[in-house]
Design a protein around this ligand. Structure first.
Ligand SMILES: [Zn+2]
Length: 246
């Protein structure tokens, strides 16, 4: 009898975890990275986790940003399972799990959007080089070919500390840190709206892809063969550069 109750409770917990899985996974990944980054020397490196900025087009959510005299690092964290394949310029990457191929948005492009948002809100950074780092947790098996730093999360501090050239003064670092904290949307309601918008955009893009249409401009997608295998490209290329691996 007692065992039956325990099993039932366990099953309900499992169902609950399953339904919140993607949310929890994202959260867990970000927590792991935040903990790792907190080990950096606090006098040299200023960190903001989960930064939400208002942009011209809506909002941009940056997982982590590290500000130091040795550069600014905008970090995107992914907590995915399976083999992850992709390269620098594809619109989408693939996640291969149990022979099943899932499509995910190229996180490099996603993070480039974050860097652009950062430059929009702090115009003084417009002509500065901002470092993009994409982190994956160890649940994934990375098989990517990129120029941007795409690594396992445990290597992040090593990569950040590798930058030794001074790019900013102490005053500039303090200014950027203060400014971003001021701009950070701390309102729960706006954060919920941001998540909803992201979900809606993803749904709309998926709908268009199913109809063999370009999620960016609505143009028809055409099959092509390239260096990295077969892919589809928008008929409006080169005006529209959307492409997806197939
Ligand atoms: Zn297009």
């Amino acid at each position: 009898m007692k065992i039956g109750v325990v099993v039932l409770v366990l099953i309900s917990i499992l169902i609950l975890i399953k339904s919140y899985e993607s949310k929890v996974k994202g959260y867990v990944g970000e927590k792991l990275v935040a903990k790792k980054l907190s080990k950096l020397n606090k006098r040299k490196y200023k960190i903001i986790n989960n930064l939400l900025l208002k942009t011209l087009k809506g909002t941009a959510q940056i997982d982590h940003i590290v500000i130091s005299q040795y550069g600014i690092f905008v970090i995107e964290t992914k907590n995915y399972k399976g083999i992850i394949t992709g390269n620098e310029y594809d619109d989408n990457w693939n996640q291969i799990l149990f022979n099943n191929k899932e499509v995910l948005r190229n996180p490099i492009k996603q993070n480039n959007g974050h860097i652009k948002a950062l430059k929009d809100v702090i115009p003084a950074l417009r002509y500065k080089k901002i470092n993009s780092i994409i982190l994956f947790t160890k649940r994934s098996n990375l098989k990517v070919n990129t120029e941007t730093t795409v690594i396992y999360y445990n290597k992040v501090n090593k990569v950040i500390k590798r930058s030794r050239k001074k790019e900013f003064t102490k005053e500039e670092v303090d200014y950027i840190y203060k400014k971003l904290n001021e701009l950070n949307i701390d309102c729960f309601k706006q954060r919920v709206v941001h998540v909803k918008n992201v979900k809606r955009n993803i749904k709309e893009a998926e709908k268009k892809l199913r109809k063999n249409k370009c999620p960016r401009c609505g143009g028809k997608l055409k099959k092509k063969k390239g260096k990295y295998g077969k892919f589809k490209r928008c008929k409006n290329y080169p005006e529209c550069t959307f492409r997806i691996n197939i």
